[in-house]
Ligand binder design. Structure first.
Ligand code: F6R
Length: 610
């Protein structure tokens, strides 16, 4: 969603800010803007539209400023237009702010400011905060104090950066529930809401804590709480390299990330499997090991693709560890007074670690005494910090909005957790070894699936004009049907639905005619024969069948219009392989339709609003 970049140093701020915003484009946005301090005033350029357009509006040759802030906005309060784009200013136009998050009590603050004679040009909560800071500056004549006082009054979430011509030697930034990172370079500092905007300049960073602020000058910085208590501001190192957030010759990030899966899965597994003992080492769970062993129930909560990974994990944990598992949409969980208590373990699955609904779900679980654990990709993200313990995916940064490699890493890590729990309960060492060896073989098997890309592209070429699509699977392949359908709809805008294959006859079968492609995940397991029967039912109604089947399957070719073969593995691990052709199919259909696959319309990479 929204992105923030700030720069103070010796170099030209405009170029660094624009390049930083370009690194954040993947998060999704609809307007962009920049505020630069120059000629004793704050100069603002903003617009509805892409960062490239903003770049063209800035006379880089003439602008010399070396301090500024910039923003990409994903509309929440008010339309995506010029007035609502950030930066916003106070009434004197001498203070500018950019803001991520939502100020929940903005109406009350606005009402009071209106009574005091202040005026507003936009519909945003952010402008209210800017005007509020301006009003407090009038009284205090101290920018830091004005920001601090304002932040103490607001409810909601914020990551903010503030510049002012009153005190032009500094940027002030703060966070509450919305990330803010200070990059420490040589004689310069870069502030950003996402490390992707910092990595080109430095790897040394401070992740601000909730209610922490930083005052950054060209020659130093100080961190403190919004109550003015000094903090330590621990310096950490960004855990990825710049090449990982570049396309490296691929046409799109999504394609690159699909092809990275052999490596991302290797990284998720690295050092965690002890094959000769059939065991799993998960250092991140050591501190809660006893609680996990005592767990009577596990709750998995997540949104979107991460929720699909959680659904798969339900099968894995119940099968290997015999612990009852419930899977909850985070957005529903938080609002329905869930029955949970101190004996429950709640895992939050989130690629970004910033999804607001998931964050709120774990806060609800914490309130009720449950142990909360995070399965997160982005190191240092809010969910990683708010949970008691957890495991990082180590999939590397995922830039394509549609999740691919993070999903397969979520499945991999959840399989590790299932094995870890299983081995401490009922699972034999022999079974542990067998499962562990199969997991180690997954990356090479994915490489062999990727070698079939041309064939999958040909199928996409035949079906890209359809308007509806059905994805069917059973058992552990059912959540995969949901994920396949989601992947297609979000990047191609073709309507698609996922169902348990046997449910088809209870309704969706009415949709089937000769124009309807049905994608069956028909890998070898104990219900394979039943899936073949479902395929027969579709064929009888002249539906077009695209099947994902295992190598060596001799029966399916005569039933399906197209078969994509994937290597054999344990049925429980099948989704990790079978999702790859589904990702490629969606990708090539979307490409053929000319869609913006990396930044599909209306979508954001990390959803930090309800
Ligand atoms: C779809 C997709 C989304 C996310 C969802 C949760 O491809 O990526 O459905 O899975 O918004 O995001 P995270 O995993 O960051 O919590």
């Amino acid at each position: 969603m929204c992105g923030i970049v700030g720069y103070i140093g010796k170099r030209k701020a405009s170029e660094i800010l624009i390049n930083g915003l370009k690194r954040l484009e993947y998060r999704g946005y609809d307007s962009s803007g920049v505020a630069l301090y120059e000629n004793d005033k704050i100069n603002i350029l903003k617009q509805q539209g892409k960062v490239n357009q903003l770049d063209r509006m800035i006379p880089h040759d003439m602008v010399k400023s070396n301090i500024g802030i910039a923003h990409t906005r994903w509309a929440t309060h008010g339309f995506p237009n010029y007035e609502n784009a950030h930066p916003h200013t106070d009434n004197s136009k001498e203070i500018a702010i950019v803001h991520n998050g939502i100020i929940e009590n903005y109406s009350a603050i606005k009402k009071k400011l209106l009574q005091d004679g202040y005026t507003f040009e936009s519909d945003t909560d952010t402008e209210v905060l800017a005007v509020f800071i301006g009003a407090l500056y009038k009284k205090t004549k101290n920018l830091e104090q004005a920001v601090r006082l304002a932040l103490n009054e607001v409810d909601g979430t914020y990551g903010i950066a503030v510049v002012s011509s009153y005190e032009p030697d500094k940027i002030i930034a703060a966070r509450l529930g919305s990330p803010m990172i200070l990059g420490i370079g040589e004689d310069e500092y870069i502030l950003a809401s996402d490390a992707a905007a910092i990595i080109a300049h430095t790897k040394q960073v401070i992740y601000l804590e909730d209610k922490e602020m930083v005052v950054v000058r060209g020659d130093g910085y100080s961190t403190k709480t919004i109550d003015n208590l000094a903090t330590t501001g621990d310096i950490k190192e960004i855990d990825f390299d710049i090449e990982q957030i570049e396309k490296s010759g691929y046409e799109h990030f999504m394609l690159k990330e699909i092809f990275e899966q052999p490596d991302s899965i290797r990284n998720s597994l690295r050092g965690r499997l002890i094959i000769d003992k059939g065991n799993v080492r998960l250092g991140g769970l050591n501190s809660v090991r006893d609680k996990l062993l005592r767990a009577k129930r596990i709750i998995l909560t997540a949104c979107g693709t991460s929720w699909h990974a959680a659904l798969t994990a339900e099968y894995l944990i119940e099968q290997l560890a015999h612990i009852p598992v419930e899977v909850e949409y985070a957005s529903e969980f938080r609002y329905r007074n869930p029955i949970i208590g101190p004996d429950d373990i709640v895992f939050a699955l989130s690629q970004s670690g910033e999804t607001l609904d998931t964050l709120a779900a774990i806060k609800e679980a914490q309130l009720k005494g449950a142990t909360t654990l995070g399965i997160v990709n982005v190191v240092g993200s809010t969910i990683a910090r708010e949970t008691e313990a957890g495991i990082y995916l180590h999939a590397g940064p995922e830039i394509g909005v549609a999740s691919t490699k993070a999903y397969t890493s979520q499945l991999t890590v959840m399989a590790l957790i299932a094995l870890y729990l299983g081995r401490q309960r009922y699972l034999s060492q022999l079974d542990g070894k067998r499962i562990g060896s199969e997991m180690m073989a997954l990356p090479d098997k994915i490489t062999s699936i990727l070698a079939q890309t041309d064939k999958i592209k040909e199928i996409a070429d035949q079906y890209y004009q359809v308007t509806n699509c059905l994805y069917l699977g059973r058992g552990v392949n059912f959540p995969l049907a949901l994920e396949g359908a989601l992947k297609l709809k979000e990047i191609s805008y073709i309507h698609a639905e996922g169902y348990p294959a046997a449910e088809m006859k209870h309704g969706p079968i009415a949709l089937i005619d000769e124009n309807m492609p049905i994608i069956f995940i028909a890998t070898q397991d104990e219900i394979y024969d039943k899936v073949l029967s479902n395929i027969e039912e579709v064929r009888t109604r002249r539906g077009k069948v695209i099947a994902i089947a295992n190598e060596g399957d001799t029966r399916i070719a005569s039933l399906a219009n197209h078969v994509i073969y994937i290597p054999n593995t344990l049925p429980m691990l099948n989704p990790i392989l079978a999702v790859v052709p589904l990702q490629l199919l969606s990708y090539y259909i979307a490409i053929k339709l000319g869609r913006d696959v990396d930044q599909p319309r209306n979508l954001a990479k990390s959803v930090t609003v309800e």
